[in-house]
Design a protein around this ligand. Structure first.
Ligand code: FES
Length: 129
């Protein structure tokens, strides 16, 4: 029986049940951490970057289903992207790609955007050191 009050899109459920790119990248070009102090959830994003292009992205997320689905979708969106285009990915873009998130779960996609920003900062830092 269809439950109309169930708040998650099929895509959210699909990425939660079969997360893409879960794990870590050894010798990653950049690592970004983000966390939400209210719920205590954490995300770590690993990127492999060559010639300004993200050739691989993986994640480890200790968090709710929406955070895992957001992490999974973010890594799929990142692979093959030029850095300048990757930087334009917002939490809203991740939530939209998942077919939307319930308002109380938008902060879970914000964690993905923050992990991405942190990874980009880490990459810049490593480049300049
Ligand atoms: Fe914490 Fe979703 S409830 S990230």
């Amino acid at each position: 029986m269809e439950n109309k009050s169930f708040p998650y899109s099929e895509l959210v459920m699909e990425h939660f049940s079969n997360p893409r790119n879960m794990g870590e990248i050894e010798n990653a070009s950049a690592v970004g951490n983000a966390g939400n102090p209210n719920c205590g959830d954490l995300m770590r994003l690993y990127l492999k970057i060559e010639d300004g292009i993200i050739i691989d992205a993986k994640f480890k997320t200790f968090g709710c289903g929406a955070a895992i689905a957001s992490s999974s979708m973010l890594t799929e969106m990142l692979k093959g992207k030029r850095l300048e285009d990757a930087l334009k990915i917002s939490n809203q873009a991740v939530a939209d790609a998942l077919g939307g998130l319930p308002p109380v779960k938008i902060h879970c996609s914000v964690m993905a955007e923050e992990a991405l920003k942190a990874a980009m900062e880490d990459y810049e830092k490593r480049k300049n050191s």
